[in-house]
Ligand binder design. Structure first.
Ligand SMILES: [Zn+2]
Length: 415
């Protein structure tokens, strides 16, 4: 089916004109054709009809390849705030993702009806529906996370004031935080944190800020220009120069990094805050917590422990708990955030492994953004980082029974 309107602003136009129209919103050709190619007749069904997903062999190489391909293709459906800023859509990011979800929902239902028609389903159909649905779920998660976005009053950005001229801020190293493949820029005046893709950035570079960047490039200033209060003017901004600077000095930087003695970026032992053990967790402790935490705590016995931690959720501190279950074959750690909108994670460790809580705690306290996304997309090698962990499972708070069944399966069946 060929669309005759723009899914973003609903303008009606012939298909050929819509392609170029979408490029004005900031989409490339492939993205535009994805946005236009869906069947409206299936609109809204995904929220009202139960979807039975086919079984696929997750390890089948063809599935793995196809999954990778689809995830790449649809990656733009889950824009980072900095990518979103580049679009000209006059919609806020959650509204935009709702449109993407609607489009995905239609695509998923079209495949579903193909299944139910007499023709036998092809493997490709099976793969596609499984992967598209997982992307759909991720978008739901992402939307929930965005809804809880940092409230301005809570950022409490601790950096010097930036120099402002007209619509442009001049910032220095103190405003910059290096992350993996991007940087975060904190501007106190607007109480916002902006992120920019800087491919050569890495977390460890933060350790070189005082003794290298602030010395060697003492007078370096970067411009961040705005068109309106919220929209960046990337042409007038010079922040991307950081990437050139990192590349040009990569040899020096590598040398310096060798001298930074750290156990890896993942766990910063010095800053590790010891988790607090909760005494008698069944008493007052769980009373004010959501039902998923209440349930999980009831499965504690013997040496099992409940720890209270603070999670660093995209710069904001949130209450979280870690439950350590010691079972006959494995030690399980369940990480639950007190906010119901955050999904939980269940880590499986070899039963002889040690310091599991400290290691996992390090991850949640770290300033990595989008932790749930990292876990879901296997953006981190947990086997390497956490030594003996061999499985991390995401547990959602959307279906109480499903959650309970998962826990029971691990804690009592596998043990
Ligand atoms: Zn439009």
């Amino acid at each position: 089916m060929i669309s005759t309107h723009c899914p973003i602003c609903l303008k009606q136009k012939p298909y050929e004109d819509l392609l170029s129209h979408l490029s004005q919103h900031g989409y490339d050709g492939i993205q535009a054709s994805i946005l236009l190619n869906y069947d409206k007749t299936y609109k809204g069904l995904i929220d009202h009809i139960n979807l039975k997903l086919p079984e696929v062999d997750q390890l089948d190489e063809r599935f793995v390849l196809y999954k990778k391909f689809l995830q790449e293709t649809y990656r733009f459906f889950k824009p980072l705030p900095s990518e979103y800023e580049k679009l000209d859509v006059k919609k806020n990011i959650t509204e935009l993702i709702s449109i993407y979800r609607e489009i995905l929902g239609c695509k998923i239902f079209k495949i579903k009806t193909r299944f139910e028609s007499s023709e036998p389903a092809t493997d490709i159909d099976k793969y596609e529906i499984v992967v598209l649905y997982s992307i759909y779920e991720e978008l739901l998660d992402y939307q929930n996370e965005l809804k809880q976005d940092i409230e301005p009053s809570q950022i409490q950005i601790s950096c010097p004031e930036a120099v402002k001229r007209g619509n442009t801020f001049y910032i220095g190293w103190d405003h910059i935080e290096f992350r993996e493949s991007k940087i975060a820029v904190k501007i106190h005046e607007i109480q916002r944190e902006l992120t920019f893709k800087i491919p050569s950035s890495q977390l460890l570079l933060n350790y070189l800020k005082e003794n290298y960047f602030k010395v060697r490039f003492k007078d370096e200033q970067f411009r961040i220009a705005f068109i309106t209060d919220r929209k960046l003017n990337l042409d007038q901004s010079t922040i991307q120069r950081i990437d050139d600077l990192l590349k040009a000095n990569s040899r020096d930087i590598e040398e310096m990094l060798k001298n930074v003695e750290l156990k890896g970026e993942f766990i910063n032992v010095e800053n590790l805050i010891k988790p607090v053990v909760i005494d008698k967790p069944n008493d007052g402790f769980v009373k004010n917590k959501h039902e998923y935490i209440q349930l999980a705590v009831t499965y504690c016995y013997g040496d099992d422990k409940v720890y209270s931690i603070r999670e660093n959720y995209n710069g904001k501190e949130e209450g979280a708990i870690i439950i350590e279950y010691k079972r006959s074959h494995h030690t399980y750690l369940l990480v639950e955030n007190e906010n119901l909108n955050r999904s939980a994670h269940l880590y499986t460790f070899d039963k002889n492994s040690t310091e599991n809580v400290e290691k996992v705690c390090g991850f949640y306290l770290s300033d990595k953004e989008n932790k749930r996304g990292i876990i879901k997309e296997r953006g981190i090698d947990f086997k390497k980082e956490l030594d003996t962990v061999f499985n991390v499972k995401t547990l959602y708070h959307s279906d109480f029974k499903k959650y309970r069944d998962h826990l029971l399966e691990y804690l009592y069946k596998i043990g």
